[in-house]
Write a protein that binds this ligand. Structure first.
Ligand code: FPP
Length: 239
């Protein structure tokens, strides 16, 4: 194994639900429903492999522009997921960490999230970050606004100043970013955080993604050389 270490933080762009449904002549929302199984399988796989932080890109700011019915369907699914899985998260010591411009979410979704966050807040084993109404550029803009509002002197601004004001403050940077559905882009996800992240793209559509796919991505990561701009590879996860 080149860097040998299990990634501390894995982020996932869950793509391909629409195509999966279309291939079956069904509505897009059916693909999202099927994608819930992959969410559960991935959370479990990450836990079993000892990945401490898992982040899932569940709903982008840009996704607000989708048809009303699809957006409502996704919000309902999120509510269902929280209803069904929160106890399981508590049992496994997983802390739920929703990030994004959450104030845009419907009242019911926000309430359900708040409840689940409260119930899981003592989870010490791992974190499950759900990016909802999230956009990386918007996140950076929000951080810059905070810096300006705090009246911080320009010459004292460092990377840390920005990092501490991102939605992901306190989380390590992702070591591995998995994208399903085959597209080779970041789609406004973790732009700041992914500066040195290893990217793994699979053609597997999200609703088909299971533990074996996750394991394969992690194994591929473990064989990669990570140099962080240096000449020699560095062993292990973080910078
Ligand atoms: C992208 O597929 C996927 C989404 C926009 C939503 C992801 C949501 C889920 C997997 C279900 C709910 C999530 C949680 C955390 C409970 P797409 O529709 O863009 O697919 P396409 O590229 O094939 O059109």
């Amino acid at each position: 194994m080149k860097n040998g270490a299990i990634p501390r933080h894995v982020a996932v762009i869950m793509d391909g639900n629409g195509r999966w449904a279309r291939e079956r002549g069904m509505k897009r929302v059916v693909g999202h429903i099927a994608g819930m199984k992959s969410v559960a399988a991935t959370v479990k796989a990450a836990r079993e492999m000892g990945v401490r932080h898992l982040s899932l890109y569940a709903f982008s700011i840009q996704n607000w522009g989708r048809p009303e019915g699809e957006v409502a369907g996704l919000m309902d699914l999120l509510g269902e997921y929280l209803e069904r899985e929160t106890e399981n998260l508590v049992k496994n010591g997983v802390r739920l960490n929703p990030i994004g411009r959450l104030d845009r979410l419907p009242r019911g979704t926000r309430d359900a999230l708040e409840k689940a966050v409260k119930k899981t807040r003592k989870g010490k084993k791992s974190t499950l970050t759900l990016a909802l109404s999230y956009g990386a550029r918007e996140e950076i803009v929000d951080a810059v606004r905070k810096i300006a509002a705090e009246g911080i002197r320009p010459e004292s601004i460092t990377e840390k100043t920005v990092e501490r004001r991102l939605h992901t403050a306190g989380l390590p940077e992702p070591d591995l970013l998995i994208r399903t559905g085959g597209e080779m882009r970041l789609s406004n996800f973790f732009l700041w955080q992914s500066a040195y992240t290893e990217i793994y793209v699979t053609k597997t559509l999200w609703p088909d993604f299971r533990k074996r796919h996750f394991v394969k991505a992690v194994e591929t990561f473990m064989r990669r050389e990570r140099r962080f701009g240096l000449t020699k590879p560095r062993r292990g996860g973080a910078r």
